[in-house]
Write a protein that binds this ligand. Structure first.
Ligand SMILES: [Zn+2]
Length: 111
């Protein structure tokens, strides 16, 4: 008998804080061109709104479907955009390393 916890339990989205803070992620994702598109599936008689990447016209995720809101929080929306940036465009998320470049091991004495 499978454990009950193995069923699909909607939990909070884990944020990789050690990799990127939400503020950094927001700055990164804010530069990315995205748009929303209203879609309609006549076969299923469903309609909704999805978030799209403007660089390759690929869907990043659903925002709404038949009146139900998906990925409605800032966390989830950021995660959608970042996931697409990483997986489809090889964008590096470790922006923090760049900021810490000032800690150079070999210091040049001034003067
Ligand atoms: Zn894309």
């Amino acid at each position: 008998m499978p454990p009950a916890s193995s069923s699909r339990t909607p939990g909070p989205v884990g944020w990789p804080e050690q990799l990127i803070t939400q503020a950094e992620a927001f700055a990164l994702a804010a530069d990315w061109p995205v748009f929303t598109r209203h879609w309609h599936d006549p076969k299923k008689n469903e309609q909704g709104i999805s978030l799209y990447c403007a660089r390759d016209d690929k869907p990043m995720g659903q925002l709404r479907r038949e009146g139900t809101v998906y990925n409605g929080s800032l966390d989830e929306m950021l995660s959608m955009v970042l996931r697409h940036m990483v997986m489809a465009h090889d964008v590096a998320l470790n922006v923090r390393e760049r900021h810490e470049n000032r800690h150079v091991p070999e210091e040049h004495a001034s003067g």
